[in-house]
Design a protein around this ligand. Structure first.
Ligand SMILES: C[S@@+](CC[C@H](N)C(=O)[O-])C[C@H]1O[C@@H](n2cnc3c(N)ncnc32)[C@H](O)[C@@H]1O
Length: 499
């Protein structure tokens, strides 16, 4: 009998979800509803309810058809669960499923426990032992079209994803010792706009358990997800700037402990990124430049200690070039970007916006212009050029950046660093090894294609020692730097090659 009920129950929610999928995909996208796999529901309840008393209460503030509520009710009883959702049909089904589990609970009670309401404002003044669920993921643009009220966002940035706003709000809905365990997009780990939420978590407790997957687990969306289990009152608080490390093992990124007192790249160099003004300003002056012009270096042309300009084609502003070059005379005559170009045409490093490792190359004579989103690193002392390249080639630094900024890149497993983040990368403690690394980095850049891999590996090995880091960081980095036998680098998204 119980089995029949389970089946009927599943059939009714499955049918509703199919109906959503078939007829209301747009609306469903607009409300951010994708349903949670049962294994993940179980994991979340296991961890959120660990140590909870038998009379514990649970809230899912965006409960949909009640997957979390049903699973929690099977553990704690129907009277223990509470939910809200904006979708009246989903709420009706959730109540029906709960009624099927315990027909003795009066309808009037269920109507108070599971309500049609905005989960961001409902439940004020109430506390629960656990707040769980899979709240909607809605970036700012879709949120505006979904017409959501913004009052509860006070203190959080305009770009904070709705899922992180739910996490923030839920911290007030659990008592001491209680837990918040909500599915979040992976970007919650490092996105600047979720920073205030990570800080709020540190003010209330710690992330004591963490789930994450290196592939999408929700049908119909490629978004990578994670679940930080926040235990209120737990110590020590989780460093708001270091959530990325929680997911590093899932992405096979080795753990590294870097010195905190040796200074950072920003002490030796100015790091800057260009923006759309430069991109659109440059576009009219870019042409095929194999016979002259100032090389324009795009992210795709930057490899570790190597520029592929003139050897690999690249796209800029919708056009493919064999060797994109800027007509500097025309650019200067036009005036708009003349001062920008002069400031950039100095000895510097150019760092790719995103890659399998941090990819940087030295422009020794100051002859190249960067294209958005390349980061320019201009040393204050020209003598620091190769030392800085060695830092950017250092496996422990790359592993540190990969973990710290995990989830901010477009492709899972890619390393993405902004100008600000490059400036914050730490310098090594061992000056002697560093000097050796700088010499090797210079030789690697000067080497032929055949000679470079060995010199890059030597640089990586010496720089691993310069940071006194474990050899795992070197092994991880060299596997990611390696080219395939055909000379090409594996694509960023190639899971077989990732890690
Ligand atoms: C991803 S679904 C989660 C469903 C449920 N947690 C599950 O896994 O079965 C997100 C749900 O949030 C609901 N929703 C969107 N905005 C909401 C809000 N402000 N308050 C409450 N529910 C909301 C949608 O209707 C949808 O049912």
């Amino acid at each position: 009998m119980a089995r029949r009920d389970d089946e009927d129950d599943r059939r009714s929610s499955d049918a509703y979800e199919r109906h959503l999928a078939d007829h209301e995909r747009d609306r469903r996208r607009a409300q951010g509803s994708f349903y949670t796999p049962p294994d993940l529901v179980a994991w979340i309840l296991d961890h959120a309810l660990a140590g909870a008393p038998p009379e514990a209460t649970v809230l899912d503030p965006a409960c949909g058809t009640g997957h979390f509520l049903v699973a929690a009710a099977r553990r704690l009883g129907v009277r223990a669960v509470h939910g809200s959702d904006l979708d009246p049909e989903a709420v009706r089904i959730a109540r029906e499923r709960l009624a099927a589990i315990d027909p003795t609970v009066p309808d009037a009670d269920l109507e108070r426990q599971v309500v049609v309401a905005d989960g961001l404002t409902a439940w004020a003044g109430r506390t629960f032992d656990a707040v769980v669920g899979n709240p909607p993921f809605l970036g700012q643009l879709r949120r505006r079209s979904a017409g959501q009220n913004e009052e509860h966002r006070r203190g959080l940035g305009a770009y904070t994803d709705t899922s992180a706003v739910f996490l923030h709000r839920s911290l007030d809905l659990v008592g001491p010792g209680g837990a918040v365990a909500l599915v979040q997009p992976l970007s919650v780990l490092a996105a600047r706009d979720a920073g205030a939420v990570r800080t709020a978590v540190a003010g209330r407790g710690a992330v004591t358990d963490f789930w994450c997957s290196d592939r999408p687990v929700f049908d119909g969306t490629p978004v990578l997800t994670c679940v930080p289990v926040v235990r209120v009152g737990a110590e020590p608080p989780t460093d708001p700037g270091a959530w990325g490390r929680l997911a590093a093992p899932t992405f096979d990124i080795p753990a590294v402990a870097l010195p905190g007192d040796t200074g950072v790249i920003g002490d030796l160099a100015d790091c800057t990124a260009d923006f759309r003004d430069q991109f659109y300003g440059l576009a009219p002056f870019v042409r095929e430049g194999l016979d002259g012009g100032t090389p324009l270096i795009t992210t795709g042309l930057i490899d570790p200690a190597e520029s592929r300009w003139g050897r690999t084609s690249t796209r800029f502003a919708g056009t493919t070039y064999d060797a994109p070059a800027v007509d500097l005379a025309a650019l200067r005559a036009d005036g708009g970007l003349a001062r920008w170009a002069d400031a950039r045409l100095v000895p510097k490093l150019l760092v790719a916006g995103q890659g399998r490792v941090v990819e940087a190359v030295a422009d020794v004579r100051g002859e190249w212009l960067p294209s958005v989103p390349v980061v320019s690193v201009v040393p204050r002392a020209v003598g620091d050029l190769w030392r800085l390249l060695a830092v950017l080639l250092a496996p422990p630094v790359v592993a540190h950046a990969a973990a710290r900024y995990l989830g901010t890149g477009l492709t899972p497993g890619s390393v993405k660093v902004s100008a600000r983040q490059v400036a914050a990368l730490p310098l090594p403690a061992d000056e002697v090894a560093w000097a050796e690394g700088a010499r090797l980095a210079e030789r690697a850049q000067a080497a032929s294609d055949a000679g470079r891999p060995e010199l890059l590996a030597a640089t990586g090995r010496v720089m691993t020692a310069a940071y006194d880091a474990a050899p795992e960081a070197f092994g991880w980095w060299s596997a990611r730097v390696a080219r395939r036998p055909d000379g090409k680098r594996p694509p960023l998204s190639d899971p077989a090659a990732a890690g």
